[in-house]
Design a protein around this ligand. Structure first.
Ligand SMILES: C[S@@+](CC[C@H](N)C(=O)[O-])C[C@H]1O[C@@H](n2cnc3c(N)ncnc32)[C@H](O)[C@@H]1O
Length: 235
């Protein structure tokens, strides 16, 4: 039986999964995460879905190599569309863009339940995922960062609370990472800041979209304020 090992990015995702929950892995590709978590007894069972038949074949091969066919179901699914509604589970969406993750979450009503944990690991535009959580009554519970070579990734856990989170201009760009002293989280925040600053500078030079340039100025000011306010608050 294969012993699954995870890279730093997927290890960060795995660290957020609530032990004892059934895992629903959306966009699973090789199903490394469900196989790892079921092998180690963190999750009793899992369902691994993917939009495309090729990645689903990858998933089936890994599940078979781990002899976990009786505990990990594989299914073709666009987002969560083919997963039956459930409770006491963790839904993972990792390795996809932030906008796509937000869209897939937005069209699934049964995740608005306090027993459903959501773990998201956007490869880009993490602010779209946090905005989705803030505006739709989900509370961010924990965020972690992981570095792999020159890349830094963030992963976040959230749950429906019914109460929207009040946003400041920069909060979607850093969420709970603003309070962290972890050097990898600081590196992630710096990358976000540099990206925003580069865009603002380009817009100011071009003089084309004054409204967006003004919005980015506000975001950058608030970014510095949040970093200052929350530094030393721990995590
Ligand atoms: C880069 S892989 C990530 C695999 C794994 N989750 C990870 O984090 O390593 C992205 C996977 O998402 C799948 N995907 C893209 N859009 C999807 C959708 N709408 N619903 C389900 N899966 C999707 C792709 O087919 C691909 O296998």
């Amino acid at each position: 039986m294969s012993d699954i090992r995870l890279d730093p990015r997927l290890s960060a995702v795995a660290s957020l999964v609530q032990p004892g929950n059934k895992l629903l892995d959306v966009g699973t590709d090789h199903a490394f995460l469900p196989c790892f978590l079921v092998q180690r007894g963190v999750c009793p069972c899992a369902a691994a879905g993917d939009l495309r038949p090729g990645p689903l074949e990858n998933a089936k091969s890994t599940v078979a190599a781990c002899s976990l066919e009786d505990r990990i179901e594989t299914l073709l699914s666009d987002g969560l569309d083919s997963f039956p509604p459930q409770t006491d589970c963790t839904v993972v969406l990792a390795g996809m863009g932030g906008l796509l993750i937000a869209e897939l979450l937005g069209r699934t009503s049964w995740i608005r339940d306090r027993s459903v944990q959501i773990v998201a690991q956007p490869m880009s535009h993490a602010e779209d995922v946090r905005r989705f959580f803030f505006q739709n009554g989900f509370a961010l519970e924990k965020e972690v960062c992981a570095a792999d070579g020159k890349h830094v990734y963030c992963a976040m856990a959230a749950r429906f609370s019914g109460k929207p989170t009040e946003e400041t201009p920069a909060l979607p760009y850093g969420g709970l990472l603003f309070g962290q002293s972890d050097p990898t989280a600081k590196r992630f925040l710096q990358t976000q800041f540099d990206r925003l600053k580069k865009r603002r500078d380009a817009l100011e030079r071009a003089g084309t979209d004054k409204e967006e340039a003004a919005r980015l100025r506000e975001v950058l000011d608030d970014f510095c304020e949040l970093k200052k306010q929350r530094s030393g608050s721990g995590q």
